[in-house]
Design a protein around this ligand. Structure first.
Ligand code: SR1
Length: 325
């Protein structure tokens, strides 16, 4: 470790250890988030220790304790269940270790929370659904309670339904596991077969949307369904823009940028600098039509066209390199 010229201590000397402890590692969003965190760590000469998430709350809790014992300067906790993390996160703080949470509400004023403005994200997706379908439609909704971003998006869905009496939620399903898309597809097949009048699907996680699309294709109903989602990846862009795809819009950040912001928030705290309690990376609406018209095929091409997909002004400082993608 050589350190970073012009950076405050301890980054001027290098060798700062930070741990990234995820609840989920599978899927495009979480892989890109991790890659962004690693790229930012490398640019700051940080030794980033990555603990793989396996959707196992007890294991994630254990990993927080392991990271504390490794002598890290900061922890980035990415998703997870607050009830299994809050006390071990407090233990870290008590030992002088800085903590940043992404998408898990640890209810601790000393832990800044990174998020993607989930209320705005859901609202943009639902506004597009109304633009395409009018304010009366039968819907299928994909949701799993207990994940902070999904719970925030759900608040918007509940409000949207109460404000639009013509929107009827005909069916609700969803699962988050190590094969979310295919497990959701199995549920979607049963739910959509039992509710053939559902024409709009609100699936605010790309793995959910991918599962519903899979089911729609298997059932031969892709032509009468429109799917509105969250998140984007190169594979998602391909699925959205392909001929006949029912996946018509998504609202997304670049998850690599969110990963980078999370590491920057941790680094700023280690350097003794202030970070706000909420650190927000704003999402952008991407419709099938706009992606096709722009000829965009990859997330890198998206980053060239939309500045918010290449960098964020959240958690920056003059000494932190932030042009990574
Ligand atoms: C299971 S939670 C999945 C969500 O977490 C991140 O916020 C992504 O946007 C994804 O939709």
């Amino acid at each position: 470790a050589d350190g970073l010229a012009g950076a405050p201590a301890p980054f001027d000397k290098g060798g700062v250890k930070i741990a990234l402890i995820s609840y989920i590692s599978a899927g495009d969003f979480f892989q890109a988030y991790q890659a962004g965190a690693e790229a930012q760590a490398k640019a700051l000469d940080i030794d980033l220790r990555v603990f793989p998430g396996r959707q196992d709350a007890a294991e994630q809790r254990e990993q927080v304790l392991q990271a504390i014992n490794l002598g890290v300067s900061a922890l980035v906790i990415d998703h997870g269940l607050p009830e299994s993390l809050a006390d071990v996160a407090q233990q870290a703080l008590d030992k002088g270790i800085k903590v940043v949470a992404f998408d898990v509400n640890l209810n601790n004023p000393r832990i800044p929370q990174v998020e993607q403005s989930d209320h705005e994200l859901a609202q943009l997706a639902l506004d597009q659904a109304v633009k395409d379908n009018g304010a009366s439609f039968n819907a299928a909704y994909v949701y799993v309670a207990g994940f902070a971003p999904l719970d925030r998006r759900n608040e918007v869905w509940d409000k949207f339904k109460s404000q639009n009496s013509g929107v009827v939620e005909k069916t609700r399903f969803g699962v988050v596991n190590d094969t979310t898309a295919t497990s959701t597809a199995d549920q979607a097949k049963a739910a959509l077969s039992a509710n053939p009048d559902a024409t709009v699907v609100f699936a605010p996680y790309d793995e959910f949307a991918r599962g519903v699309k899979l089911a729609a294709n298997d059932l031969g109903i892709a032509g009468k369904l429109k799917i509105y989602s969250a998140d984007v990846s190169t594979a998602d862009i391909q699925e959205i823009t392909e001929e006949g795809s029912p996946w018509v819009a998504t609202v997304a950040t670049n998850p690599a940028v969110v990963g980078a912001v999370s590491v920057r928030a941790a680094a700023l705290q280690v350097a003794g600098e202030e970070v706000p309690p909420q650190i927000v990376v704003k999402p952008t609406l991407l419709t099938q039509e706009s992606l096709r018209a722009a000829g965009v095929k990859t997330i890198e091409e998206l980053a060239q066209k939309i500045p918010a997909f290449s960098t964020s002004d959240a958690a920056t400082a003059h000494w932190i390199p932030d042009k990574l993608f």
